[in-house]
Each structure stands twice: as structure tokens, then as C-alpha cells.
Design a protein around this ligand. Structure first.
Ligand code: FMN
Length: 336
């Protein structure tokens, strides 16, 4: 995908040992200067048959690679072999060299660090950071603007924002929905796990002596978690948080996870499951409890919710990268 957006590729069949006329029309209709063209073709014995040279002549100013060809009958009759051949071709060093694998110099984390530094807020140790982008010897607002431009460039060319689905599920319903969300977003998952898991009898809200009822009656209720630390936390742009509704609110089991993590720079998307209660204020209360992050409206599901329903909710969400900057922009800092 990236290659297709970054470079022109040229695929065609061989006709009478030459490119089809339509290819000439196409090549003559566009300016290919400074682009890399990667020809690939199907044939029945003539290989590339001088077509690469024709492309070079027609698309002056473009870099035209040697390309790749495969027999049409093989492509049609032996898809497995063809797939492997194409895969091997794509994995050759020639081709890999076209893809910029260099890590971007700056991340949204750097952006936030520099901004906090300029606002005299607390920051992690920034010693050795290369934040003097304009080279004038000081870290200033100009550096921040230049850095933002750099970060936005990487965001624009790399749509692969990373998503985490963190959830607590006592009896499996939220877990089912979390699996659907993760599948739709190609996301990682993190299970919020109490040190002392809730047994069936613990969860019996009809029993006045049960653990949940006792905890619910205790204003200072607190469920200790195995950990709130998510591996590679900084790398996530979006964090879904799933929980069951307990007494019309989010289960308090997730409280420590929400309170103790810093969601700055991330979209946070709550979702819950319940038998009949709506989402209610559970999403806004969690956002208040957290105090950081760009919290989106939540969504409620039930044990009958389908994968398609979850998927259509997820795909309709606005997880645009502009959100990533919205919280910090509230500081009236000249980010734009
Ligand atoms: C302690 C407790 C309180 C609950 N309170 C409510 C409630 O107020 N409204 C509701 O519709 N369902 C309530 N339920 C049902 C759960 O929200 C529902 O079964 C949920 O899907 C369970 O998710 P899980 O399987 O991921 O734990 C409650 C369940 C428990 C255990």
C-alpha cells in the first residue's frame, strides 16, 4: 500500500512484444518526473521484451526499475506459486530500499515534552534531546512549530496509528465485545486484572453479603490490580476501555487503570456492556476521573451485540490525528 501511494507502479500485459497502447496513453498523460516506476507484467514467453526501455523513454525524468514479470498462465492457474513469486520480489533488497524505514526523528511524545518544557511544566529528563530544530542554540516556540510540522509529516504518511483495547470483564461479555473491537482495529489488547479475581459468588448482587454488594456499599471501595502498566504505552494513539456496568456505573475495577495512566495525546474510547442499563454517565465520569486524554463518547453493548454492530461503531469513530493535539491546544499554545 505504501509503495503504491509513494511511487508509481506500472502493471501491464505484453501485446505483440510491446506495451499495450493504453499504457502509452497513460504514461503520456502524466508527469512522472522524480517518481520511481516499478514495472510488472504478465506474458506468455516474451518476458519483458524491451518494454522497460520503452517506459524509460516515454517517462523521462522518472527512475524506472528493472521490474518483474510472470507468465499469465502461471498467474491464473497456480495462484500459490505466483503469490510466492510476487512476495519474493517485493522482499528483494532493491525494492525494500524504496521504502523509507528510517524512524521518524520526533514523536507526539517529543512534541508534548517540548511544549511542557516551554510552559515550565514537569517533564521527563530531556537531557540529550535534539529539540533545537532551528539551530539557534535555544529551545523555543519556533522549534516547537518546526517539530510539529515534522510530526505531522510522519502522521500523514503513516496512517498506521496504533490502538490498544484495555478491558475488564468479570463474566466474558465485555471480553467478547473487546475482541470484536480489537479485530476491527487490528489492535493490541490489555486485560485489566484484579489481584483477587471475582468469583461467581463474589459477583452475586442479589446476595447482601457478597463481595460486590459489600464493596458497593463502601465509599472507599478499591480493587487492587495486578498491574496498570501497559507495555509500550507511549506508542498507542487510541485506547479503547471496556467495562461492565455495575449499579448503573462503570465497574470500579477499572478505576486504578483509568486514574494511574497518562492518556495525554491519546484518543480514549470507552465502551461498556450491561443487561439493560444504558451507558449513562459512565463515560464522562471516567473522563473526569482520568483528567487526561481526548475522551470520545462511549458506547454500550449487550451480550447479544454482533461483530458487525461493533465494527460499524468502530469504523464510524473519528479517530483523526487532529484529536491527538486537541488537549494540548487547549493551553492556547501556538500549535497551529
Ligand atoms: C455487581 C453487578 C452489578 C450489575 N449492575 C447492572 C446494572 O446496574 N445494570 C445492568 O443493566 N446490568 C448490570 N449488571 C450486569 C452486567 O452489567 C452485564 O452482565 C455485563 O454485560 C457483564 O459484563 P462482563 O461479562 O464483561 O462482566 C451487573 C452485574 C454485576 C455483576
Amino acid at each position: 500500500m505504501t509503495i503504491m501511494t509513494l511511487y508509481s507502479s506500472a502493471g501491464y500485459p505484453i501485446w505483440h512484444s510491446d506495451l499495450p497502447m493504453a499504457m502509452y496513453t497513460f504514461m503520456e498523460s502524466y508527469d512522472f518526473s522524480d517518481k520511481t516506476i516499478i514495472p510488472f507484467n504478465t506474458h506468455e514467453g516474451s518476458g519483458q521484451s524491451g518494454t522497460v526501455n520503452s517506459i524509460r523513454q516515454t517517462c523521462s525524468g522518472a527512475e524506472v526499475m528493472d521490474g518483474f514479470s510472470v507468465r499469465g498462465t502461471t498467474a491464473q492457474n497456480d495462484t500459490e506459486t505466483s503469490k510466492n513469486t510476487v512476495k519474493n520480489w517485493l522482499e528483494t533488497n532493491d525494492f525494500k530500499s524504496l521504502v523509507n524505514t528510517e524512524k521518524p526523528l520526533y514523536t507526539t511524545e517529543d512534541l508534548h515534552n517540548l511544549q511542557d518544557f516551554l510552559l515550565a511544566k514537569e517533564t521527563p529528563d530531556l537531557k540529550g534531546k535534539k529539540y533545537d530544530l532551528d539551530g539557534d542554540g535555544v529551545w523555543s516556540v519556533f522549534d516547537l512549530c518546526l517539530m510539529r510540522r515534522e510530526v505531522l509529516k510522519t502522521v500523514d504518511t503513516d496512517n498506521s496509528s496504533k490502538t490498544l483495547v484495555a478491558y475488564y470483564s468479570a463474566s466474558g461479555t465485555t471480553e467478547k465485545i473487546a475482541t470484536y473491537v480489537a479485530g476491527s482495529m487490528n489492535a493490541d489488547t490489555f486485560i485489566i486484572t484484579p489481584v483477587q479475581p471475582y468469583s461467581d459468588s463474589d459477583l452475586d448482587w442479589t446476595d447482601q453479603g457478597s463481595r460486590v454488594v459489600t464493596e458497593h456499599n463502601d465509599e472507599n471501595r478499591h480493587t487492587e490490580l495486578v498491574t496498570v502498566d501497559v507495555p509500550d504505552w507511549d506508542s498507542y494513539d487510541n485506547v479503547f476501555i471496556g467495562y461492565p456496568i455495575w449499579w448503573h456505573e462503570a465497574s470500579w475495577v477499572i478505576n486504578d487503570f483509568v486514574k494511574e495512566n497518562d492518556f495525554t495525546g491519546k484518543n480514549v474510547i470507552p465502551f461498556c456492556t450491561s443487561i439493560s442499563s444504558p451507558l449513562g454517565e459512565s463515560d464522562t465520569l471516567l473522563a473526569e476521573m482520568s483528567g487526561t486524554g481526548n475522551w470520545l463518547d462511549g458506547m454500550r453493548f449487550t451480550s447479544r451485540s454482533t461483530q458487525d454492530e461493533v465494527k460499524s461503531w468502530v469504523t464510524g469513530l473519528d479517530l483523526s490525528n487532529s484529536n491527538i493535539f486537541s488537549i494540548r491546544a487547549e493551553n492556547n499554545y501556538p500549535l497551529d
